[in-house]
Design a protein around this ligand. Structure first.
Ligand code: FAD
Length: 416
């Protein structure tokens, strides 16, 4: 068995883990990220990079490198309910001096590779891939002192650390091993993820997120350049029952909803082309225990509504780095300091989850059970329909979030 030591062990190299690893390494902290996969290549992970994260990348000196990645800019979010179209957010109208007034759609593996490359420039950073954390090490007082893991060959290892940060997403192994359990909210839907070839350059949904709500259906499509990434929502727990139907039914529904022809919908050849994502939503009452901190989805699993989970995870990492970098350099992080991270990030997380739950109740649940068609347009949507100013404010709230974080001084760089 290998036995090693680091100052901060980060479990999971997703958006939260890679951002935290980069920032702590730039603070001169010895940091090791353990990622169970061999690479970042996974489909249908959150690919939305919001204006708050774009600003952060500029502050980290990574803006120019990010702009070289294959990205599609989305300027608007629109939905249609019956015959009514509502612009839910217009990023071009965001108030204030914001440089990036759009959402960048970038394959998540490119975003994570960029962070990994920048972190690799720091001598105190280590990324260990194909290493799955299986449990925690604790001392006689119950303080978490490191992790147990296995590598690609199944060989066991132990990594001792002054602090372990769980960034291993929903169903976090590290949080569970510490006895930290999320309280879950009921959610009305699961999501099918489907790719269809883009219908053409002048397609109606070009440069947009576009959603249809009503007649028992919810579907959202995002322009990704040469293809449309499409989420089709189904009532929670009904995936298996739907898959007994002919795939042509789904093709016909998408054709009807988005006006796509067979050149697009024929790309859905079988149910194998329809990926099921089990939606959960919850939060830990306490994000830490002595020696362990949870951030990102490990602390709060987000609904896909608004596509904000990646950005929230990144913002958690920035706040955590600012608070714990100094104590880590001094050799010990107290529970009081870990509590400060939760205190700083709990409000943005709770506000976001509340707005996601409101959208589940107001739109998604009623659309899926067919009652939305018989209701008057909800008041917030009527207001958004009338006011372009509100469309810009909504874009700001979604795009920058509550309490957006700035890069700490120690992590800023001027050159890309
Ligand atoms: C259907 C759906 C669609 C979504 N769409 C979007 C979207 O468009 N935009 C958006 O912003 N958010 C979206 N989200 C939410 C988003 O995916 C998450 O909020 C975000 O990825 C959280 O980042 P994270 O770093 O905390 O965790 P994750 O992204 O889950 O990363 C966790 C990492 O830890 C690794 N890991 C897990 N277990 C271990 C272990 N035992 N040992 C070592 N490594 C481990 C994993 O391989 C992974 O790399 C969506 C969610 C769902 C369910």
């Amino acid at each position: 068995m290998t036995q090693e030591r680091t100052t901060c062990c980060i479990v999971g190299g997703g958006p939260a883990g890679m951002m935290l690893g980069l920032l702590l390494a730039r603070a001169g902290v010895r940091v090791t990220v353990l990622e169970k996969h061999r690479d970042f290549l996974r489909d249908f992970r959150g690919d939305t990079v919001h204006p708050s994260t774009l600003r952060l990348l500029d502050e980290l000196g990574l803006g120019a490198r990010f702009e070289k990645l294959p990205a599609r800019r989305l300027d608007e979010m629109r939905i249609r309910i019956g015959a009514t179209t509502v612009t839910m957010a217009d990023f071009g109208r965001m108030p204030g001096r914001i440089r990036h007034k759009y959402i960048a759609m970038v394959p998540q593996w490119d975003f994570l590779n960029l962070l990994a490359e920048a972190a690799a420039d720091e001598p105190t950073f280590t990324l260990r891939r194909s290493t799955a954390v299986t449990g925690l090490l604790t001392d006689s007082a119950g303080r978490v002192t490191g992790v147990r893991s296995t590598d690609a060959q199944g060989a066991p290892g132990e990594l001792s650390a002054d602090l372990v940060v769980a960034c291993d997403g929903r169903g976090s192994v590290a949080a569970a091993a510490a006895g930290l359990r999320q309280r879950n909210f009921p959610v009305p839907m699961d999501v099918w993820q489907i790719r269809v070839p883009a219908p053409g350059p002048d397609a109606a949904h070009s440069g947009r997120v576009f959603g249809h709500f009503g007649s028992g259906q919810v579907a959202v499509t995002m322009d990704r350049g040469d293809y449309y990434q499409t989420s089709y929502l189904i009532e929670k727990g009904t995936d298996a029952a739907h898959r007994r139907h002919d795939i042509r039914e789904l093709r016909d529904r998408l054709a009807q909803l988005f006006g796509w022809g067979p050149e697009s919908t024929d790309a859905i050849r079988s149910w194998d082309d329809v990926k099921m994502l089990d939606v959960t939503m919850g939060r830990l009452p306490r994000w830490y225990t002595d020696g362990l901190l949870c951030i990102g989805d490990a602390a709060h699993t987000m609904s896909p509504v608004g596509g904000v989970g990646v950005n929230l995870a990144v913002q958690d990492a920035v706040a955590a780095a600012r608070i714990i970098a100094g104590p880590l350099r001094r050799g010990r992080v107290t529970e009081a300091e870990l509590a400060r991270v939760q205190k700083r990030r709990e409000l943005p997380m709770a506000v976001t989850q509340k707005s996601q739950l409101a959208e589940h109740d107001m739109l998604i649940g009623p659309a899926l059970d067919g009652t939305l068609d018989h209701r008057p347009l909800p008041l917030p949507l009527r207001a958004l329909r009338r006011s372009r100013l509100l469309q810009g404010v909504a874009a700001y709230v979604g795009g920058m979030g509550v309490r957006p974080e700035h890069a700490p001084e120690f992590a800023r760089r001027t050159v890309s």
